[in-house]
Design a protein around this ligand. Structure first.
Ligand SMILES: C[S@@+](CC[C@H](N)C(=O)[O-])C[C@H]1O[C@@H](n2cnc3c(N)ncnc32)[C@H](O)[C@@H]1O
Length: 280
C-alpha cells in the first residue's frame, strides 16, 4: 500500500530491526511501529521521547476538511486497498456467516439500496478506513445474495472527491445530504452502519424500508442517552415493529451492535387482535 508517510512493516524500503531502529531515532523524523504492524514516520523534535508520542499523532492525516483528518490516496491506491479488503473479507468466516444470515430473508424485491454514513475511505484512522472498506465489500455480498444489482445511492458528508470517484467507478450514485433520505421507500434496503442518532431519526421518518441494516435498535436506546437518541430509539423501535431480525456477523468491531431487520411478508403478519375483541 504505497503512501508518503506510512509504510507497512518490512515493506522493503525501510525494514525496522534492532540495528536500524537506533539510527532512525537520531533523525528528526521518527518511525513509530503501531500495534497493527504499520510504520508511521512522524515529525518530532529530538527531545521527544518515544513514549510521549500520542495516538493523535499516529492518526494525524495529510490534510483536514471540516475538522476531519484524511490521508492522501490516489484512485489507483484506493482500488488496490479495496481489492485487499475484499479478499480479506471473503475469506473471513463473517462473510460466510452473512450469506447464511441473509438466507433467512427469503426472496426480497429490493427497488433501491440507500447507503448512509459509510465513512471516508481516506479517513486518517486506519481502523476507520478498514471498517469502511469492509462495510463496502460486505454490501456487495448483501446485494449479490438478495438478488440482482439494483440502483444504489451513497450519502456521507465526509466523502472526499476520490471516495466519490471510486464509488462512481463501482457503479454507485453519490448524493448530497439530505437527498438520500428521499430514496427510502417501502422497497428500499437501507444500509447504515454505526450512524449517528439524527441520521437514524431521518430514516425512521421515511416510509418503512423492506430491509434495514443498522444499529441494534434495543441497544441504541440503552446506550445513547441524549434527547435526540431517546426520541430516535423510540422511533426506530416503532419502525422495526413487525420486522424479523438477525445479528450481523462480526468481524473485529466493523459491524459491532449491527442487526439486519426485514419486513415480514404480508401473509406472515397476523393481525393483532386485542383480547376484548375475541368473541367466544
Ligand atoms: C460513526 S461514523 C461511522 C462510519 C463507518 N460506517 C464506521 O462504522 O466506521 C458516522 C458516519 O456518518 C456520517 N454522516 C453524518 N451525517 C450524515 C448524513 N446526514 N447522512 C449520511 N451520513 C452521515 C459521518 O460523516 C460519518 O462518516
Amino acid at each position: 500500500m504505497p503512501h508518503t508517510n506510512r509504510k507497512k512493516k518490512n515493506a522493503g524500503a525501510m525494514p525496522l530491526n534492532a540495528e536500524n531502529k537506533k539510527t532512525v531515532v537520531h533523525t528528526k523524523r521518527k518511525e513509530v511501529l503501531d500495534e497493527e504492524g504499520w510504520v508511521h514516520v512522524v515529525d518530532t523534535p529530538r527531545t521527544t521521547r518515544r513514549s510521549t508520542i500520542s495516538k493523535a499523532a499516529l492518526h494525524s492525516g495529510d490534510f483536514e476538511i471540516n475538522g476531519v483528518q484524511y490521508v492522501n490516496r490516489t484512485l489507483e491506491e484506493m482500488r488496490v486497498e479495496l481489492a485487499y479488503w475484499r479478499k480479506a473479507w471473503e475469506i473471513d468466516e463473517a462473510c460466510a456467516g452473512l450469506k447464511t444470515a441473509l438466507e433467512k430473508l427469503g426472496e426480497q424485491k429490493i427497488g433501491k439500496v440507500v447507503v448512509l454514513g459509510l465513512g471516508s475511505l481516506q479517513n486518517a484512522r486506519r481502523e476507520g478506513r478498514r471498517a469502511s472498506y469492509t462495510q463496502l465489500v460486505a454490501l456487495e455480498i448483501v446485494m449479490a445474495v438478495l438478488g440482482a444489482r439494483v440502483s444504489t445511492v451513497f450519502q456521507d458528508p465526509q466523502f472526499t472527491d476520490t471516495d466519490k470517484l471510486l464509488l462512481k467507478e463501482l457503479g454507485y450514485e453519490i448524493v448530497e445530504d439530505p437527498e438520500a433520505f428521499q430514496h427510502i421507500v417501502e422497497s428500499s434496503l437501507v444500509y447504515a452502519i454505526h450512524c449517528y442518532a439524527d441520521v437514524y431519526k431521518e430514516v425512521s421518518e421515511q416510509k418503512t424500508p423492506a430491509v434495514f441494516i443498522g444499529t441494534d435498535v434495543e441497544n441504541f436506546g440503552r446506550f445513547n442517552l441524549s434527547e435526540t437518541a431517546e426520541v430516535t430509539a423510540k422511533a426506530l423501535e416503532e419502525m422495526v415493529k413487525g420486522y424479523e431480525s438477525v445479528d450481523f456477523p462480526q468481524i473485529r468491531h466493523d459491524f459491532s451492535d449491527t442487526k439486519i431487520y426485514w419486513r415480514k411478508k404480508l401473509e406472515e403478519v397476523k393481525p393483532e387482535v386485542k383480547p376484548e375483541e375475541v368473541k367466544p
